[in-house]
Ligand binder design. Structure first.
Ligand SMILES: NC(=O)c1ccc[n+]([C@@H]2O[C@H](COP(=O)([O-])OP(=O)(O)OC[C@H]3O[C@@H](n4cnc5c(N)ncnc54)[C@H](OP(=O)(O)O)[C@@H]3O)[C@@H](O)[C@H]2O)c1
Length: 364
């Protein structure tokens, strides 16, 4: 019996050690990202600001996953600019609370817009399809789509449709949502599609043989990285395909928002060890951006006149940046596109030629 007990203890000690090693690795990584970010930008950490005064009066924007973090700041900015903003969130209650909070914060400002809350759970393609249908049925135009929602370094899990949680939520759901809305976006030009990625894309590559970790050991950080490469490749390929289909007036942007104090670390205690989130916040927290500052590059890409003639590029701190080679590979971008079409079961639907289904009744 004793060898068995010994083995079990060894395994559990090893797995504990591996968890600690991974957390130390993640903490070092976050510090490296911060330092790298500072060096490459040659400016203070809390930098990069959208200085445009562009108004969004009469325009409609959709922001996914925006009840908190940089998504909520993005909604508030668009609202201040006079736009109608649709909050696409998985928790309607949390989104309603965020809407009330934003309206309260902006109550003394003139010419604000309108905020509408809609349910959209990106871990379910059925929910994405239902949300898209509701929007297409009720919104005459969609001028800005911000694919913001994200989940990071969660324990191994699957979406409702059987995809690895981060790949399914961060990439596939946004892929489907964007393509379902494209016929309306094509009729709402000038329009912009902004996809929030991360500098974490630089760490790994997409494993096309097993994007969903069915036949290889799961790595929480690696899977996050894979999903964030996918965000950039999708944005690039969408720009390429829009051009190839001779569609003008829709620009695409992907971006790294910075390292920001938000709720994104919410899963690290479950993935690594209890206290990992606190430890990271203590060591890296003082160097992180505020959510307001972290939303600037998204807002820049969505509204600023300075990038109105750019498409398919990757940004950080409100300037164009060179993404890692894995995220600039055109063959991989096409491969990912084809794979995504298959995984979300788009069938014969062609978003570049499909007719706009038309509004059934104008929404709230
Ligand atoms: N914070 C950073 O340092 C950092 C760095 C690089 C990139 N980013 C990227 O920035 C984006 C926003 O992150 P954040 O920092 O603002 O994090 P956050 O505070 O955790 O916000 C993430 C948002 O995504 C939503 N979300 C998660 N899963 C969802 C699902 N299945 N369906 C719909 N919504 C879902 C969350 O909703 P719930 O509240 O309901 O969970 C939340 O509203 C993400 O794409 C992230 O990868 C962040």
């Amino acid at each position: 019996m004793s060898p068995v007990v010994f083995n079990i203890e060894s395994v559990s000690t090893c797995s504990r050690l591996r968890k600690h090693e991974t957390s130390i690795y993640v903490a070092i990584l976050l510090i490296r990202i911060l330092l790298q970010h500072n060096n490459t930008n040659k400016m203070p950490l809390r930098s990069g600001k959208c200085r445009s005064n562009a108004r969004l009066t009469g325009k409609t924007a959709i922001v996914t996953g925006c009840n908190t973090g940089i998504g909520k700041e993005t909604v508030m900015d668009f609202y201040k600019r006079g736009g109608k903003v649709i909050m696409a969130c998985r928790s309607v209650d949390k989104a309603q609370a965020a809407k009330i909070d934003i309206e309260k914060l902006c109550k003394d400002l003139p010419n604000t817009g309108k905020i509408v809350v809609e349910k959209c759970d990106l871990s379910s393609l059925t929910s994405v399809r239902q949300f898209a249908k509701k929007v297409l049925d009720t919104e005459p135009q969609i001028n800005i789509l911000v694919n913001n929602a994200g989940v990071m370094m969660c324990p191994k899990g699957e979406t409702e449709d059987g995809f690895e949680t981060q790949f399914g939520t961060n990439h596939l759901a946004h892929f489907l949502l964007t393509l379902l809305l494209l016929p309306r976006i094509r009729n709402s030009t000038p329009a912009r599609i902004v996809t929030v990625s991360s500098v974490a894309h630089e760490r790994n590559a997409i494993n096309f043989n097993d994007v969903n970790y069915k036949n290889r050991p799961y790595g929480a950080s690696e899977a996050y990285s894979q999903s964030k490469i996918a965000n950039i490749l999708f944005s690039r390929e969408l720009a390429t395909k829009l051009k190839a289909n001779n569609i003008q007036g829709i620009n695409t942007y992907s971006l790294h928002p910075g390292v920001i104090k938000t709720e994104l670390l919410r899963h690290v205690d479950d993935t690594f060890f209890w206290g990992a989130r606190t430890a990271m916040n203590v060591f890296v927290g003082p160097f992180m951006k505020s959510p307001e500052s972290g939303a600037q590059t998204t807002i820049y890409c969505a509204v600023d006149e300075l990038c109105a003639n750019e498409t398919g590029l990757y940004y950080s701190d409100c300037v164009v940046k060179k993404a890692a080679p894995t995220a600039r590979n055109d063959a991989d971008a096409k491969k990912l596109w084809d794979l995504s079409v298959e995984l979300v079961k788009l069938g014969d639907y062609n978003p570049f030629t499909a007719n706009d289904p038309g509004v059934k009744s104008v929404g709230q």
